[in-house]
Design a protein around this ligand. Structure first.
Ligand code: URA
Length: 250
């Protein structure tokens, strides 16, 4: 929160965040799809974006000034940490220095593919929280050609040293190539799952995070997430949140 943050028309704030033209944003407000701190917004409302909670269709709108969300295709051999004592390239060297962003979760040194970097602390924390269980999809090239029984084991859960894995979506794409979707975020999880069924990973690529994928980003390239993608990620969190337990009378 900044003392000097200007108060602006709601449709202007929404338009700047990527919700479409000001006219379109007025329609969103008119159609009762926008709330400010839980109350229905009306045409003419003015807000200081970082001091209120603005939701569109019940999903927090990423409207605070200066928030950035990047989608990077991490090449192999690049570390996910901010600095590396061994001097290896870091993912931060692949995105602009300002504003300062940080990776959401991590990929192993040799794992390739999509990773989000942001300065949006709330979203990052939610995406990384195991209870929010956002799906991550990987393509794993493995040694050998997994049998249907191995694929079934991976799907149902395999025993790792830190416990059984949760059920996963696993399919054999072609010889030695598996598509694996997990919603846990354990260390080296996909590699350890494949080891556990006797098919060590040769190459591992993350292809999707929640509803966000991009087959056109080349290794080392990044782009900003669209507001649709940010809200899709936020809505995945809400849908995947465990149901609230209600105590029933005895
Ligand atoms: N699973 C792995 O084994 N490595 C990663 O980098 C991500 C998921």
């Amino acid at each position: 929160m900044t003392e000097s943050e200007p108060v602006e028309r709601l449709q202007k704030v929404l338009a700047r965040a990527g919700y479409g033209s000001r006219r379109h944003c007025e329609t969103l407000i008119f159609d009762e799809r926008v709330t400010i701190d839980g109350k229905l917004a009306t045409i003419g409302d003015r807000v200081a974006p970082s001091e209120v909670r603005i939701e569109v269709d019940g999903i927090l709108a990423p409207v605070a000034p200066g928030l950035v969300h990047y989608l990077l295709n991490k090449p192999p051999g690049v570390v996910t940490t901010a600095a590396d004592p061994e001097g290896r390239p870091t993912i931060l060297s692949l995105v602009p220095d300002e504003p300062r962003v940080f990776p959401v979760g991590r990929l192993d040194l040799m794992t390739e593919g999509l990773i989000i970097l942001t300065n949006d602390g709330d979203l990052a924390q939610d995406l990384m929280h195991p209870s929010k269980g956002v799906e991550k999809e990987y393509l794993a090239q493995v040694h050998g050609d997994p049998t249907p029984a191995s694929v079934r084991s991976l799907r149902e859960g395999v025993a790792l040293e830190d416990g059984m894995t949760a059920p996963a979506k696993v399919s054999r794409v072609s010889e030695g190539l598996l598509r694996i979707t997990i919603h846990e975020g354990r260390n080296r999880q996909v590699r350890r799952m494949c080891d556990a069924v006797g098919h060590p990973v040769v190459r591992l690529v993350r292809t999707r995070i929640g509803g966000v994928g991009d087959a056109t980003l080349k290794p080392g390239e990044y782009r900003e997430l669209t507001v649709k993608e940010v809200t899709r990620l936020a809505s995945a969190l809400i849908q995947e949140r465990p149901p609230v337990m209600v105590a029933t009378p005895k």
